[in-house]
Design a protein around this ligand. Structure first.
Ligand code: GAL
Length: 801
């Protein structure tokens, strides 16, 4: 052997046995094309070529690595193809409930999506193990790598991964192909379509810790905590192997606090072995809603004294309890669960929500005073849970279907293993409103099987089920540890009387339908007044349910249906209405008036809010219903400095005045514990300029950071014009890109995504929203908003290296 080749060999061996673990994002540079659900030729020959007869090839299809995809559209993940499609009228229930987008079995041309991506792996990685992880694809995704079929994942919500070590090529292109079949729905709400969450490539040693097998449980007792870390080590080598494993815990700054001793493991080939460690932490900081403190448990696998694999898991130390008499408590502190239900789409981007948007939305909910989030009715995106962990928001994590078949037991197991280390998760939900079975013996048996599954994979928590049943017990309710009520709030007290030992929670409550900034019902445009007035027959107004939940100890609290409006479920109207009105905030996250009802009783902050706006030129002299939301002790209302009377503020309720309209200033002056608080609404002038309020001033040039820019139309005094509907156009410098636009109008058919150079959106009652994503080169980003009749506005955001 020459000297040079022995040096090369030595170097290669070192890299083989050394620490070469990596997680690489595969979100960039995909190509996308629609297939066809009924025409095989238009589906790249999918159902006429011999895809499954021989391994490693699928000639004449898009699966073939040599297939030329240069004419396909370039896309970046997360990608939701449904959001870009036009709205189409239909009288089919499922199309209506999915927001009138042409996706599903009726739309053969726009329900199959093909994705292709090339990536390279270096030659030096040849002896490692590789896994491709999809965080969520809607839905029925079949995956091939270099022509090899990897598998099909049905769920549109749960992530999945494949070991691809055998198929990888090193130092040359690998071709990953995904066929997504969205012809079936899983829900009755907008679900998006495509690879709408992130995709990762994991590189590890063949001796490694498989994903989601580390389970950290922390049991606090006073200032101490016992931390148990259980894990698996897998040997994917062809011969048995040995290694040692240990664990250490760090604080959130990475400072090591305690370390276990090493355990030596001998693992057959290919095999898995369990290991576990118990550690004690002194003087620990609890994870709570105000200070969501996260520790890290680091598990290290060593071979011959060298680190070969490491898993870092964030965890929190907290205790919680659901007590039928005392209610919910976290770390011994009692409080009501003030929750919201949410689906997972936002203005502009649909279901393809970049990570920053998850944080943005959780912050908005927290500002309202909400402390809990129910991921209805499906596994959330991993980054949503990370946002809840790090911002301090409790979570009910929900299984899509109440079903104990192998497919759904497997989904439940994957959900629990993926999410059980998140301190924010306090409760699993095994299902929602399963009308066929919830009252039956079959439903009860399925529930029992799922509850057993839950205890196997997570003995530290319990489960609920969201039942749309009044005071009824037979079926799922007989066995569910925490009884969930969807609506039927007036039956809760009777149920509690009859079953006094079962804690209960409002899994779906309230559900006033409101359109932001609208004060008269309008059947034609499908708008409902923006006050706590209108609720569907099965639901209740905010003030109906919250009074019950707040004033009765046997209510643990509840979850509003919903925190944000979402696409689909246009209730109480249909076309042209394309999204729900249930949100306390609209699809952009702009608060509706009911937001201030919740905020006044869900926070200790000073809240004083007057509605409606004060621009009613056609109503001079006519009575206007003025609502005041506040948590003050008393409120006095003035119109143009003339008192309209003082009222005592009843707890958990609102105040109302009838005020003959006259332009000018309506002012509320409130006294809260001796302190004076003031709020005003003023008649504005006509639209004059555009105001841009970005969520951040600085982004990193990483291609993923977001700026959510709230846009308002203001008069010449800078007051937002509450009826403005000007069309606003947007331009952003080339070092960033616009992801989407929205305005919260539930009947708008304007596109959320526009062709380059044509971005625009009309304001809806004074506001719209622009979402910008960072580019990859540092430098200032300029954002310009202009309109034919308004003064142009330009802002600069910093993009840091
Ligand atoms: C509930 C259901 C929700 C949503 C809501 C609309 O019954 O669980 O998903 O459909 O009704 O009011």
């Amino acid at each position: 052997m020459s000297k040079l080749s022995s040096i090369v060999l030595l170097f290669t061996v070192l890299t083989w046995t050394g620490f070469s673990q990596k997680r690489t994002s595969l979100d960039d540079d995909w190509r996308f094309h629609f297939g066809h659900a009924a025409n095989a030729e238009k589906d790249f020959n999918y159902s006429i070529a011999t895809i499954f007869s021989k391994s490693g090839g699928a000639a004449k299809t898009a699966i073939d690595p040599k297939f030329v995809d240069t004419t396909w559209t370039k896309v970046q993940l997360p990608h939701d193809w449904a959001v870009k499609l036009p709205f189409v009228y239909s009288d089919n229930f499922d199309v209506i409930s999915h927001g009138f987008k042409p996706v599903g079995g009726l739309y053969l041309e726009t329900s199959i999506g093909w994705y292709r991506k090339r990536f390279q792996v270096s030659n030096s990685s040849k002896n490692n193990r590789f896994e491709i992880q999809f965080d969520g694809v809607f839905r029925n995704a079949s995956v091939w790598l270099n022509g090899f079929y990897l598998g099909t994942n049905q769920s549109g919500y749960l992530g999945f991964s494949y070991d691809v070590t055998d198929y990888l090529k090193y130092g040359e292109d690998n071709v990953l192909v995904v066929r997504v079949d969205a012809t079936q729905y899983e829900g009755w709400f907008y679900e998006g379509a495509g690879i709408y969450r992130r995709v990762w490539l994991h590189e590890t040693n063949k001796l490694h810790i498989p994903q989601h097998t580390v389970f950290v449980t922390a049991t606090p007792s006073g200032r101490k905590a016992n931390v148990s870390v259980a894990l698996e080590v897998e040997n994917k080598n062809l011969t048995s192997d040995n290694c040692s494993v240990y664990t250490y815990i760090t604080d959130r700054n990475g400072k090591e606090l305690t370390r276990s001793s090493k355990k030596n493991l001998q693992i057959g080939a290919p095999r898995k072995t369990d290991a576990s460690f118990n550690l004690t932490l002194n003087n620990c900081t609890r994870w709570d809603l105000e200070n969501p403190y996260l520790y890290r448990a680091v598990v290290v696998v060593e071979k011959s004294g060298q680190k070969i694999h490491q898993e870092k898991v964030k965890f929190g130390i907290r205790s919680f309890e659901f007590d039928v008499k005392k209610g919910f408590s976290l770390n011994g502190k009692r409080f009501k669960i003030k929750g919201t239900n949410n689906h997972q789409d936002h203005a502009g981007v649909g279901a393809a929500m970049p990570d920053d948007l998850q944080y943005y939305r959780i912050r908005l909910l927290k500002e309202m005073g909400s402390n809990a989030y129910r991921a209805s009715h499906n596994a959330p995106t991993p980054e949503l849970l990370e946002a809840c962990d790090s911002l301090g928001m409790l979570v009910v994590d929900e299984q899509r279907l109440l079903n104990s078949s192998p497919e759904y037991l497997d989904q439940f197991e994957r959900l629990i293993k993926r999410d059980r280390n998140h301190p924010s998760v306090i409760l699993w939900s095994i299902g929602n409103e399963e009308g066929w079975i919830q009252k039956t013996e079959t439903g009860k048996k399925i529930a029992q099987t799922l509850l057993t599954q839950q205890k196997i994979f997570d003995p530290t928590r319990t489960s609920t089920y969201a039942a749309d049943m009044p005071n009824e017990f037979n079926g799922v309710n007989e066995v569910i540890p925490i009884r969930g009520f969807n609506y039927r709030q007036n039956a809760v007290a009777d149920y509690h009387r009859d079953h006094p030992n079962q804690p209960l929670i409002g899994t779906e409550m309230g559900s006033t339908v409101t359109t932001r900034g609208i004060y008269e019902a309008d059947k034609q445009r499908a708008y409902v007044p923006d006050q706590d007035i209108t609720a569907p027959w099965w639901a209740s107004r905010a003030e109906e349910w919250w009074v019950l939940a707040a004033e009765n100890d046997f209510w643990l609290g509840g979850f509003i249906w919903t925190g944000f409006d979402y696409r689909g479920e246009p209730t109480p109207y249909q076309w042209p209405n394309v999204n729900s009105h249930f949100g306390v905030m609209d699809v952009c996250g702009f608060p509706k008036n009911i937001y201030y009802y919740y905020k006044s009783w869900w926070t200790d902050e000073d809240v004083l809010h007057i509605s409606p706006h004060w621009n009613w030129p056609d109503k001079v002299g006519q009575d206007i219903d003025v609502w005041v939301n506040s948590n003050a002790d008393e409120v006095e209302l003035f119109l143009n400095n003339k008192s309209l009377g003082k009222q005592v503020m009843p707890r958990n309720r609102h105040l109302k005045w009838k005020v003959p309209y006259q332009a000018g200033t309506l002012e509320a002056v409130a006294i809260k514990k001796g302190k004076t608080i003031r709020a005003q609404v003023k008649t504005t002038d006509t639209p004059f300029a555009i105001k841009l309020a970005p969520s951040v001033e600085k982004m990193r040039a990483n291609g993923t950071d977001l700026a959510i820019i709230n846009v308002s139309v203001v008069d010449k005094n800078g007051l937002e014009v509450p009826v403005a509907d000007n069309v606003i156009k947007f331009r952003v410098s080339e070092n960033a890109k616009i992801l989407g636009v929205g305005n919260g109008d539930p009947s708008s058919h304007e596109p959320d995504q526009c062709a380059p150079g044509t971005w625009q959106r009309s304001a809806f009652n004074g506001k719209c929203q622009l979402i910008i994503q960072a580019g990859k080169t540092a430098g200032d980003i300029t954002v310009e908003a202009y309109s034919n009749t308004l003064q142009t506005t330009k802002i600069t955001l910093k993009q840091l290296p």
